[in-house]
Design a binder for this molecule. Structure first.
Ligand code: COA
Length: 254
């Protein structure tokens, strides 16, 4: 594929790699749309792996350069796109493994949260860091994080914008396991091949049933989150937080 996303196949396992290393694989609109297309292309896979290109990042988040001047309406469209991708991963008929090979911040952490399983390399760092940009998680993070790690740990991460190393992330259940950087690909590949060998329809049913645990109230929560997130694009703090990042200085919030 072109445009910052690649697909590789090994038997029934497909690996989708976000490939924008110059921006630490941050997700701009074009990359999100290509990722959407990649999910179409891999509908027939029996297991799916999602990872980032390079040594440093899984996905460093939504694209701050792009977001910094968004209006409330434009932010809603960006939230819709991010939610759509995360929902597609969460409801993909195959199990999806996030191979977290480095930074997974903001939208990158949310992308990992939408996956069924998360394996991190020792150098991974994860966080819902949006608060320091004057916003909140906007691609499902507030809902999926809380359900995965519990309310207290989620509040701590979202309120403080903490950046957790892989071991700390494993301690709260944010990632299932931590392996060395050099072993990440082989561990994930073996897990994916094992999943691909399971009965396809049973696995899809298992995923659908497990997803039901979170249905209803979660979708209402996701909608609520979208409105809150895009509403923050009317605040000075959002402009300041993102401008400060791009200008490489500390933000001065109101
Ligand atoms: N959006 C857009 N660009 C991003 C980005 C993002 N989320 N994260 C990193 N980049 C870009 C940087 O602007 C920089 O581009 P430049 O070389 O043109 O200046 C490049 O990626 C490398 O990042 P840099 O900050 O120089 O690398 P670092 O190793 O010093 O720090 C991070 C890496 C991940 C700690 C730091 O980039 C960071 O904190 N990123 C923002 C994370 C974040 O808040 N994400 C949530 C967004 S919702």
């Amino acid at each position: 594929m072109t445009d910052n996303v690649t697909i590789e196949r090994e038997n029934d396992v497909a690996t989708i790699t976000i490939d924008r290393p110059d921006n630490l694989n941050a997700l701009n609109v074009n990359t999100l749309k290509t990722l959407d297309h990649a999910l179409d292309e891999t509908e027939d896979a029996r297991a799916l792996v999602l990872t980032g290109a390079g040594e440093d990042a899984f996905v460093a988040g939504a694209d701050i350069e792009y977001m910094k001047e968004l209006s409330v309406e434009e932010a809603m469209a960006y939230a819709e796109l991010g939610h759509e991708i995360c929902d597609r991963i969460a409801t993909h008929s195959a199990p999806v493994i996030a191979a977290i090979n480095g930074y997974a911040f903001g939208g990158g952490c949310e992308l990992a949260l939408a996956c069924d399983l998360r394996v991190a390399s020792e150098n991974a760092v994860l966080g819902q860091t949006e608060i320091d940009l004057g916003i909140v998680p906007g691609w499902g993070g507030t809902q999926r994080l809380s359900r995965l790690v519990g309310d207290a740990a989620a509040r701590r991460m979202v309120f403080l914008g903490e950046r957790l190393d892989a071991e700390a992330a494993a301690e709260i259940g944010l990632v299932g396991e931590v392996v060395s950087q050099e072993d990440l690909d082989s561990v994930v590949e073996e897990m994916a091949q094992q999943l691909a060998a399971k009965p396809r329809f049973a696995l899809a049913a298992a995923k659908e049933a497990l997803n039901q645990v979170h249905e209803g109230p979660q979708s209402a929560g996701l909608d609520y989150e979208k409105r809150l997130w895009s509403g923050l694009f009317g605040t000075d703090d959002q402009r300041e937080g993102m401008a400060a990042f791009v200008e490489k200085r500390d933000p001065e919030f109101e």
